[in-house]
Design a binder for this molecule. Structure first.
Ligand code: FA5
Length: 346
């Protein structure tokens, strides 16, 4: 049997060597390795051999088959490559034509700006934090020094999503601001704190070109010892300068928010006219930016922080409005209506 196998292998190899076409090679392959080929028949006949013979012939037969398979495959590939080259030479094939590309999506301008804001504040040592969009009245209002029935609640029209009043936490609402995360962070981490909270907020209001019922805010909070508004001014000027890539000034005006004392409205120098006054800044040289102030003693208390030892400031700006300023978008609703003609411009 060993002899037979050796002879078959030699015969097959010499026939293969002589084969001068793909068809002939396939024919010889069939004669030896096909369904009724010589090697296949021997393999099929193995079952009639004694165990001892099987032990010797089995591996030998498999080895012969593997060797032949490899040689046939090699020769077939040579013929196929030649055929392909011949085929290609018949037609002009420009290998420099770019392949057809699939249309790729890209990041929404709001998310792009959010990522930039997060990057800059992270570089300044701020942690990026998150909080629930469905919030309790306790976190959204009470703990932020806006008691029940206080007129300050009317400053933000609210989507209430629960009729029943929970004794400790009131009703559930869609958060109207990112400020509740101030309290959640104080409770969770204690002082000192240095964080920003980008996120969605919701207000029950009629939409127009500059107001939406869902928009993005970024909250900022810094709690430590000996903190003053001078630090806030420095941090904001640095943030805006890094964001816009040119020197930006910041100014404070008095403002009212129940959870800060003193409270501020923050403006930054107009990017277009650099403070000289133009149509965009209504000839004031300043753009309205956000609310801020020193965190109210009652808020620190609600968050479990000793206001004798620690103090700090908080701010909150509209990320959606910042995107509008940056790209000169004149209608806020364009950002969320999903029109690809609009989205593809960024
Ligand atoms: C607040 O929401 C305060 N939580 C901000 C704050 C935080 C003050 C910490 C002090 C300390 P206000 O209601 O002004 O403030 O909203 C903040 C920003 O959200 C506004 O400056 C504006 O840019 C944006 N904004 C408010 N309402 C809308 C709206 N309907 N659509 C789009 N943006 C809005």
């Amino acid at each position: 049997m060993q002899e037979t196998l050796k002879r078959l292998e030699q015969d097959a190899m010499s026939a293969l060597e002589k084969a001068d076409s793909l068809e002939r090679t396939r024919e010889i392959e069939g004669e030896y390795l096909g369904r009724n080929g010589h090697i296949t028949m021997i393999l099929r006949g193995m079952k009639d051999l004694s165990d001892e013979e099987k032990r010797v012939v089995g591996p030998l037969c498999s080895a012969t088959r593997t060797t032949l398979e490899e040689h046939f495959a090699k020769k077939i590939k040579i013929f196929e490559d030649k055929a392909l080259a011949k085929e290609l030479s018949k037609e002009f094939f420009d290998t420099t034509i770019p392949s057809s590309t699939r249309p790729l999506g890209h990041i929404h301008p709001l998310s792009q700006l959010q990522e930039e804001v997060e990057r800059i504040f992270s570089q300044m040592g701020f942690t990026v934090t998150d909080g629930p969009e469905i919030e309790s009245e306790h976190y959204n209002f009470e703990s932020l020094n806006i008691p029940k029935d206080h007129p300050a609640r009317d400053m933000q029209d609210t989507f209430f999503i629960q009729e029943k009043d929970d004794a400790d936490h009131g009703r559930m609402v869609l958060r109207t601001q990112t400020s509740p995360v101030q309290i959640r962070a104080m409770e969770k981490y204690g002082a000192p704190l240095r964080l920003i909270v980008p996120g969605r907020v919701f207000r029950f209001e009629a939409t127009d070109a500059s107001h939406d019922s869902m928009f993005y805010q970024v909250e900022g909070l810094l709690i430590d010892k000996d903190i003053s508004l001078a630090h806030l001014k420095g941090v904001l000027a640095e943030f805006l300068t890094r964001l816009f890539g040119k020197p930006v000034k910041v100014r404070f005006r008095p403002g009212y928010f129940p959870f800060v004392e003193p409270g501020l409205e923050v403006d930054f120098s107009c990017l277009l006219c650099e403070g000289k006054g133009c149509r965009v800044c209504k000839h004031s040289g300043w753009m309205e930016f956000m609310g801020a102030g020193m965190v109210h003693e009652n808020v620190l208390k609600a968050g479990g922080i000793d206001s004798k030892e620690y103090q700090g400031w908080a701010f909150g700006f509209g990320l959606t409005r910042l995107v509008m300023m940056r790209y000169g978008i004149d209608d806020i609703r364009l950002l969320t209506n999903g029109d690809l003609r609009f989205n593809k411009q960024f």
